[in-house]
Design a protein around this ligand. Structure first.
Ligand code: GLU
Length: 336
């Protein structure tokens, strides 16, 4: 008997407008786009702008422009609309508030008055791997949000996710098979403890927002950098608590500088806009990255469309890509 055909995936591009897109962002977004397109799937573009202090004015327009210039397209997004509009997280706070209410009603969220800086960090995707384990100090401390607010001198408390107790028959170990990284298990209780999901009743954090949005937008495939692999089990727990379908995950190696650290300003200017200004065309950037992903034998001009039939996860090297801007600016490095 023939297998039931898998429906084409719905993938997503979920950039944060916290600065200009650089080569590292593009390499991962390329994989997300190609993974969906190579299986005849749809692509949703969502702007993740909850990380208020880091969000930069004008970044959204600039990143949409960079993506279009590189040849990306999307079926739903802030500029093209779609059934799950709006596609900008700061305009979706009602949905996050509803999800938080559901978690509160089922006893899976509790108010917390502990360390402000840690709670503020819940707004951003934890790219820097800075997760701290919370000891659960506020777990059964306050009978109500009002009581917690009074205890913090009127400052609105944060909300934490109550990891179901092992005693209640729930496993605290979340296991899943990543499409690239393979089997992954984490005891969320030991890793992060009860993690923060909202800065206050209206301020959803990254983990809650990403889960609510991926489900509401029908996303079935999440392709992103492997620095977010350790953050995934917590997201799966939220999916389960809200009875939402969990997408398939694919976490890919990052682009790093010569010091082995995640690509950043200190490694030189690797923004797409810098290469645009220097006269490097989209086909050179895409072709260079395609070679680094094992889809072309050597860097040669290519469009995203050209790569659709060449996309393959097993060809992607396991090691991070070490990048310096001169790799795309050959004329700037005499002697090469
Ligand atoms: N918006 C996040 C970022 O650009 C990515 C989150 C995700 O892919 O889940 O850092």
């Amino acid at each position: 008997m023939a297998d039931t055909p898998t429906p084409p995936p719905v993938g997503r591009l979920a950039p944060s407008p916290t600065g200009a897109l650089h080569i590292g962002n593009i390499r991962t977004l390329m994989c997300a786009w190609l993974s969906a397109r190579s299986k005849g799937g749809r692509v949703v573009l969502r702007i993740e702008d909850l990380d208020h202090p880091k969000v930069k004015r004008g970044s959204t327009e600039a990143l949409l422009d960079d993506l279009r210039w590189l040849g990306f397209d999307w079926d739903e997004g802030p500029d093209v609309g779609g059934p799950s509009a709006p596609y900008v997280q700061s305009l979706r706070t009602d949905l996050y508030r509803d999800a938080l209410s559901t978690l509160r009603a089922s006893g899976l969220a509790y108010p917390c008055v502990c360390t402000r800086s840690e709670i503020e960090r819940c707004q951003s995707a934890p790219h820097a791997g800075e997760t701290l384990r919370y000891d659960g100090r506020c777990r059964d401390r306050f009978p109500s949000y009002g009581a917690a607010m009074a205890a913090s001198g009127g400052r609105p408390p944060a909300w934490r996710f109550r990891i179901p107790d092992a005693a209640s028959g729930h496993s605290q170990v979340v296991s899943f098979t990543d499409l690239f990284a393979g089997p992954f298990s984490q005891d969320v209780s030991a890793f992060s403890g009860d993690f923060a999901i909202a800065r206050n009743s209206d301020g959803a954090g990254y983990a809650l927002a990403v889960v609510v949005d991926d489900a509401a937008m029908g996303v079935t495939e999440v392709v992103r950098g492997d620095d977010l692999l350790p953050a995934t089990p917590a997201q799966i727990l939220i999916h389960q608590a809200l009875r939402l379908p969990t997408p398939r995950y694919c976490h890919l190696p990052l682009v790093v500088g010569p010091d082995g650290r995640r690509l950043a300003k200190r490694h030189g200017d690797s923004r797409v806009s810098a290469f645009r200004e220097a006269g490097v065309g989209p086909a050179s950037i895409i072709g260079f990255l395609a070679a680094s992903l094992g889809w072309l034998p050597s860097p040669s001009p290519a469009s995203l469309r050209d790569l659709v039939p060449l996309f393959s996860l097993p060809s992607i090297p396991r090691a991070p890509l070490v990048f310096t801007p001169d790799l795309l600016l050959p004329h700037s490095s005499p002697g090469r």
